[in-house]
Write a protein that binds this ligand. Structure first.
Ligand SMILES: [Fe+2]
Ligand SMILES: [Fe+2]
Length: 327
């Protein structure tokens, strides 16, 4: 990746490179080993809107806590400093980028991002990975590089996006135009914000195709966000999102993360209602019911086409085997 290029983009775009002041201080405090939970809570409370959003998140049904958490200190103590920071960051970035002019459909963008975040956290739970809130943040921010590229090169980005909608291969087109792609731009941006490495790397590799040989403990958060991305049904673009290659990649990641197929199915089944419920808690606009129904219809059609294609592939394979046997 050409870091100099991305650095130049960020240098010219101060709004992109800097986080809201409270958030930057939250990250600094959380990274300092000598900080206490009280200190972190105190820094966060300087921003009452942020405090309210984080408390709403930790009390949402998604977390299924039996007891109401009513203060920031209690939230930090119960959930942990790193995790609370990841949650605070997720909601801050949404608020920050909400005011940016964008040709990208923001409702689709955040609906997809939130779905990946929720899937990542649910997958983390099934895989026994403890830092669920970090993969949540990774999921929510995984496509942030798209917003960064669009903000920096609005016209070119429009061109790339329209071509990708017609031809697919978004990351290849991005590489053709800028010598880098939105996954790497996102990773670089989050590194500038000094986020935990696990979040940055997961964002940078969300389009990587993992093989069975990639099963290493350091790659677990990356694989979780990657699998969440494959499980997610709401896409930002309108191109067909499902293929047999995706099904194969999903299977490899599920095996590498040691998740039984019934568990992954449960995650997929619950994903839609969880995304909708969480959106209202986080005050993320994911669109009207009409919008969502239309999208659900399109997804059903996608799945129908995929099943048809898979059946065709299977038939071809069977006749090849039969020919081989009689030869
Ligand atoms: Fe992406
Ligand atoms: Fe994505």
């Amino acid at each position: 990746m050409d870091n100099n290029f991305i650095q130049r983009v960020l240098d010219e775009n101060k709004e992109l490179a800097s986080l809201p002041q409270t958030m930057a201080e939250v990250i600094r405090t959380a990274r300092d080993e000598n900080s206490s939970a009280e200190q972190l809570a105190r820094v966060m409370k300087r921003d009452p809107a942020l405090t309210a959003r984080v408390l709403r998140m930790v009390n949402s049904p998604f977390y299924g806590r039996s007891r109401q958490i009513s203060s920031m200190t209690e939230a930090v103590v119960t959930i942990g400093m790193r995790q609370i920071t990841a949650l605070a960051l997720s909601t801050s970035v949404y608020q920050m980028t909400d005011s940016w002019e964008s040709g990208l459909d923001r409702v689709r963008f955040w609906r997809h991002s939130l779905e990946v975040a929720i899937a990542a956290q649910a997958i983390a739970e099934k895989a026994g990975y403890r830092n669920g809130e970090e993969v949540f943040a990774g999921g929510l921010l995984h496509d942030i590089g798209l917003l960064a590229l669009e903000k920096s090169f609005p016209e070119q980005f429009g061109e790339v996006w329209n071509r990708a909608e017609r031809e697919g291969h978004l990351t290849e087109l991005e590489n053709e135009y800028w010598g880098t792609d939105h996954a790497h731009v996102g990773q670089f941006l989050l590194e500038q914000w000094q986020l935990p490495e696990s979040i940055c790397t997961a964002v940078g590799r969300h389009h990587k195709v993992f093989g069975p040989e990639d099963k290493t403990p350091e790659l677990i958060p990356c694989m979780i966000v990657n699998l969440a991305h494959l499980v997610s049904k709401f896409s930002i673009s309108t191109e067909l999102a499902i293929s047999s290659a995706i099904l194969v990649n999903k299977e490899i990641l599920r095996n590498s993360l040691d998740i039984p197929s019934t568990d992954l199915l449960t995650v997929e089944k619950e994903l839609f209602s969880r995304t909708m419920a969480e959106a209202s808690y986080l005050e993320i606009d994911v669109g009207s019911i009409d919008d969502i129904l239309l999208e659900a219809n399109r997804m059903l059609f996608d799945q129908y086409v995929t099943v048809e294609n898979l059946l065709r592939e299977l038939r071809d394979l069977k006749s090849q085997v039969a020919r081989y046997q009689t030869a």
